[in-house]
Design a protein around this ligand. Structure first.
Ligand code: TXE
Length: 510
């Protein structure tokens, strides 16, 4: 199904300094209006400057988005700071009631949210409808309910003194999020931050602002008080930098690249603002001699999901040498059936890359690998049948150890395949990058799989499966893949101020 996108020019109230024409305040996606201005203190606020947002599907113009600066960063943090005491005082139950209403509104708006997100970031419409947007609602509901029902510590005593542990609201949380799963990843942070009693300033990635804007309208409809949830749009190095260096914030949660995390850590250092980082990966998918090769091939092909723009992807296929040829045959047979095209078409398996800049980055990695003489046995080029940002699913066979293509995060539909001859070699290869986000182990023997998983350095390991994620479980990366863990209590340990009140048995008058 192909949906028409109409861009309307309404409520043109502000002058765009960079173009000298009236600024539009809305875009219309599949009949739904999406505001292109910041959402600060419950109001829409336009910036004097804008930037152009296009759809990765066909490079069509989506809208001019308000381009935030220090002014808007200050406004948003001030609004969030002002709203904080009342939001904190509501308590988990009061906040929970509003957040559950918000989750219901997300559920009632799965179709427009899916259309908006697909248009903006090019991920599959069918995935948004079936999985991603229901998950957005679940993210909000889960953390609201966790704060109400599960956030407690078993009481214990120290020489008759009771220890009473509480998770107190900490202040204003700044959330900086990426473009590969915009609203899904943002709500992993928004849910626990708001449930813990913090107020929020969200800065979505510049290439994908629209779902966050529509979501802001839903927070208003849910009755979340003005200033509790704010969104500012714009570039990372501009408004993102102003937000993360702000002295009035209590937390920074960031998902994105390692270089940006380092810049944010520096910005946070002056104020010693605690940071949570979920960063990239170059995860291994290990196929052992005792593996079910059909399952292994199926799991390997899944690594092309979202056009390879998934931090958790097992992009290094490490296969035992005795089954490597048989595995490769099954893998290529399955991969050849993947249909690339318009992400709104329900038959499509792989859509476009997010943006021309990113597309060129992926192509650069592959071109350099080719120039180095690496063996590209599948794909390796843009899809000539499709105009635009569609890069073919690619396989690089036996890349030279230590080469760029097998060590750097490409973040596109590019997998490398290498062979090993022993468990020790497999483990050394798996752990041999600066990342440690995830790993996939495919083996037919439980004891064997156990002996491998305990040696792997990664935040999440999947055995004979991929992408099974329970919000009660810790999520995050080891080594350069991240700092901290989110999920269940781990999220609240970060967003809240954890407090221990020790009460003596002595001194009471009543
Ligand atoms: O990410 P950035 P980019 C990886 C992936 C990808 C690469 C580059 O390898 O190819 O990063 O993508 C904001 N202060 N991942 O350049 O720059 C920015 O506006 C504050 C992995 O898009 O890290 C956006 O909102 N904020 C990843 C967010 O940071 C700043 C997902 C992410 O942008 C800022 C995305 C600054 N100085 C990319 N500079 C994953 N782990 O899933 C930028 N930002």
């Amino acid at each position: 199904m192909i949906t028409q996108v109409v861009v309307s020019f309404e409520a043109a109230t502000n002058v765009m300094r960079n173009k000298g024409v009236a600024q539009m305040s809305f875009v219309e996606v599949a009949g739904v209006k999406v505001d292109t201005r910041h959402y600060i203190g419950g109001q829409r606020v336009a910036s004097e400057l804008t930037y152009t947002n296009t759809s990765p599907i066909d490079n069509s113009f989506l809208g001019e988005i308000s381009r935030g600066s220090k002014t808007e960063a200050d406004l948003a943090v001030a609004a969030a700071k002002k709203a904080f005491p009342a939001w904190a005082a509501l308590g988990a139950a009061g906040r929970g009631a509003l957040l559950l209403k918000l989750a219901e509104l997300v559920e009632a708006n799965i179709e427009p949210l899916s259309q908006i997100e697909t248009m903006d970031n090019g991920s599959l419409l069918r995935s948004h409808r079936r999985g991603v947007m229901p998950r957005v609602a679940m993210n909000i509901r889960f953390f609201a309910e966790w704060a109400m029902n599960n956030l407690h510590h078993e009481a214990f005593e120290t020489r008759g003194h009771s220890n009473n542990i509480s998770w107190d609201p900490s202040g204003v949380a700044v959330l900086i999020t990426p473009w590969n799963a915009p609203l899904m990843l943002a709500t992993w942070k928004i849910g626990p931050a708001l449930a813990s009693g913090d107020t929020v300033v969200l800065k979505p990635a510049e290439w994908t602002p629209l779902s966050a804007s529509f979501f802001a309208d839903l927070t208003k409809q849910a009755g979340i008080p003005d200033g509790v949830f704010n969104v500012v749009f714009g570039f990372g190095r501009e408004v993102g930098a102003d937000l993360t260096a702000h002295p009035d914030i209590s937390r920074i949660s960031f998902t994105g690249s390692v270089p940006t995390a380092k810049v944010i850590a520096h910005a946070a250092a002056d104020n010693l603002t605690p940071c949570s980082f979920e960063l990239g990966g170059k995860s291994p998918l290990l196929v052992f001699e005792d593996a079910d090769l059909d399952l292994a091939a199926e799991l390997a092909v899944e690594q092309y999901d979202n056009a390879g723009q998934v931090c958790l992807s097992g992009t290094r296929l490490l296969v035992h040498e005795n089954v490597a040829d048989a595995f490769e045959e099954k893998f290529r047979e399955r991969a050849s059936k993947l249909k690339q095209g318009d992400p709104r078409d329900p038959e499509t398996d792989i859509g476009p890359q997010i943006h021309k800049v990113h597309f060129d980055r992926i192509k650069g990695f592959v071109d350099r690998a080719r120039a180095e003489g690496q063996s590209i046995v599948m794909g390796g080029e843009p899809n000539a049948e499709l105009d635009g940002l569609y890069f073919k699913p690619t396989l690089v066979r036996n890349p030279a150890a230590g080469s760029e293509i097998v060590t750097a995060e490409v973040f596109g539909p590019v997998l490398c395949m290498q062979s090993f001859s022993s468990d020790a070699e497999a483990i050394a290869m798996a752990n041999g990058t600066e990342f440690g986000l995830a790993a996939v182990v495919v083996s037919g023997n439980r004891a064997h799989a156990d002996s491998i998983t305990k040696e792997l350095v990664a935040g999440t390991i999947w055995v004979n499966c991929f992408f099974v994620r329970d919000l009660r479980a810790p999520f995050g990366g080891s080594k350069k893949s991240g700092v901290g863990r989110e999920g269940g209590n781990w999220s609240f340990d970060f967003y809240a101020d954890v407090k221990n009140t020790v009460v003596s048995p002595n001194g009471w008058k009543e």
